[in-house]
Design a protein around this ligand. Sequence first.
Ligand SMILES: [Zn+2]
Length: 390
Amino acid sequence: METTAAFRGLTCTACGAETDSTADRCPDCGGVLVGDYDVPELTPAALPDTTGPGRYEPLRPFPHDATVTLGEGATPLVPVPDLAEELGVDAVYVKDEGRNPTASLGDRKLSLSVTAATQRGTERVVTPSTGNGAQASAAYAARAGVESKGFVPSRCPFLNKAMVNVHGGDMRVVEGRYDDAVAAFDEELAEAADGWVPVAPGHPFRIEGAKSVAFETADDLDWAVPDAVVHPTGHGETVVGLERGFQTAADSGLTESVPRIYAAQPDSAAAIADAAREGDDEPATVEHPDTIVGPLEVPDPAAGTAALDSLERSGGGGVAVPDKDILAGAVDGCEMGPETGATGGTAIAGARALADDGAFDGDDVVVLVNPVAGSKEADLLRSHLMSQGI
Ligand SMILES: [Zn+2]
């Protein structure tokens, strides 16, 4: 593989085993793998004079000119003063990941996981997805000149299904919910010819891709770190990427600390948030997840145990919120700041619940991640308003 000077390989978050860059999970224990680096000493002036993830090349696995990219990242950190006043904190920013090429944070993850797959000589990248990941996978595979196949549940939004097709991707729509799509993916992958490479949730280079959210956030705050970050959480891989990204920035000397990271989830699909609140080491599978927030309807998170470790190390935790508060948060978010859908509204509802619990101090700077463009979820918000007679 063509990697940067800093990248040494992959290491297991569960047992510490070291492995090469072609593994998707730990060969010894099945744990989630993350990048292992000789982190260089850095100053802001030493970083490449560019924007987006390429600026952090010294802390990333692949040289930027060897990365499959569609210009992802460099998303704005938008101040939302009305929400800061409501929450009683010094400042609130929304890291608006809806501004990515396929309008989700998944673009950062698929950029690096598809890069890793193409370096392995893949013919076809495959993933189960609630929708946005399949769309991003199809887009980045097309860019790389390889095939893709997504496995999505029947409730996956039309927009995602349509754009998978438009990008030339193959797709299997599986009757049922997300876990049914995962079962179909596992079954086909087991029977597939060599040359199929999974880029599924929990993939180590998805986590590596998510780290650039942390790098950009600190950079935009002039290498100060926020006090807290609230992230709408499904599989937990971005929680791991955020914590390790902020830790890597601190290890390099660019920053001095890691913010408290909070995983916000719908209360009917809160495997990670519930385990964090109970102090459990592992999430319990949610038997019947049922939330209006389709991207977060994940019963068995692929990076759940690693995410719980990251939450604890950061000093943060989990917060579970009902769908009605999420929808209210989304609509209020659209009035106060950048467009948020139900997924982004989960961060706003989560921050409100955390503020009620006394999780924030008056001088805190709080960052809310909006993982998906609000306009991708317009139908949910419109039907919510109609249900209120608006
Ligand atoms: Zn392991």
